[in-house]
Design a protein around this ligand. Structure first.
Ligand code: GLV
Length: 326
């Protein structure tokens, strides 16, 4: 008998066919609507594998209903949506999709940095709305990018890829990370700083750290107050790392100059969120890894992880590695 899996969103046909060759597949077949919780609860006791997205909250309560579940394959690099310790306790493997989205997410991070600093979105709107009367010395002046100081919070693969891009813009790069990365420091010519020094010295602060209980509200009122008045905060990691109320206050009282946000505490962000009304904020709907190629690679990788696990192998991108030896 083929193992049973549940896929929580419409995915690429090619990937779905590959899964169907090996498994009995049920799918929440909608493009833009996450699977309702009650459907997930209904499916979970009967499946061997779950193929899910970062929109699904895989908490302990849900996992308590799992009877045969062997693998949760998250089609994302971040996995803060999954209670890893509850899964591990139950012997359920959890996998993610690292690597394949690194460069694409770094591209988007840099694009957001540039769009915010040079007011690209505002300028586009200005022209299209017919405000452009003449060239003018102060028209839509922004912040310098080349030669400025970039502070990277979280020097994982994406942080390193952002640093490489910043080198091309002659930026001076500081980073803050749980562990120092001496080799990367010398190969890229970047410097370690503690969080406070990084915040004080940077013209751009890029948040690229995973979202964990330790990084929740890592950037709060106190941290924003340490930043330069001309500084720009970029967040392409997870919304909860930056306190949105504190950010709103900082942006409206000239504590910092601007922000570029691809992620929010609540997603999709409410149109009532006051950050959306600010001219010095560029917002995106969590599209860091959204290129056609990368999303296809992520989907394939998530499928590969689930198939490996159901085949009794250790999946390539296992997060709870302690389960590999059991
Ligand atoms: C996207 O945010 C991901 O974690 O892959």
């Amino acid at each position: 008998m083929k193992p049973k899996i549940f896929v929580t969103r419409k995915i690429y046909t090619e990937v779905l066919l590959e899964l169907k060759k090996n498994c009995e597949v049920e799918i929440w077949d909608q493009e833009d609507v996450p699977v309702p919780r009650h459907i997930l609860e209904e499916k979970i006791p009967h499946i061997d594998g779950l193929y899910c997205l970062l929109t699904e909250n895989i908490d302990k309560k849900l996992l308590d209903e799992a009877k045969n579940l062997k693998i949760i394959s998250n089609m994302a690099v971040g996995y803060n949506n999954i209670d890893i310790s509850a899964a591990t306790e139950k012997g359920i493997l959890v996998t993610n999709t690292p690597g394949v989205l690194t460069e694409t997410t770094a591209d988007l991070t840099f694009a957001l940095l540039m769009a915010t600093a040079r007011r690209i979105i505002e300028a586009d709107r200005y022209l299209k709305e017919g405000h452009w009367k003449t060239w003018s010395p102060n028209l839509l002046t922004g912040q310098e990018i080349h030669g400025s100081n970039l502070g990277i919070i979280g020097l994982g693969e994406i942080g390193i890829a952002v640093a490489k891009r910043a080198k091309g813009f002659n930026m001076n790069i500081l980073y803050y990370n749980r562990n120092r990365k001496h080799e990367v420091e010398s190969s890229l010519g970047i410097h370690y700083a503690d969080l406070n020094s990084l915040l004080k010295q940077s013209d751009f602060v890029c948040v690229l750290t995973p979202y964990t209980p330790e990084t929740k509200n890592l950037i709060d009122k106190e941290q924003l107050r340490m930043m330069k008045k001309s500084a720009i905060l970029i967040n392409t990691a997870r919304g909860g790392i930056v306190n949105e109320n504190a950010l709103y206050d900082a942006l409206t009282s000239e504590v910092i100059w601007g922000a570029g946000l691809d992620v929010f505490e609540e997603e999709p962000v409410s149109l009532k969120n006051s950050l959306l009304a600010l001219p010095n904020v560029v917002v995106l709907p969590h599209i860091g890894s959204a290129s056609l190629n990368t999303r296809m690679e992520m989907a394939r990788m998530a499928a590969c992880n689930i198939l490996q696990a159901l085949n009794g192998e250790v999946p390539q991108n296992l997060i709870n590695k302690e389960l590999a030896c059991t």
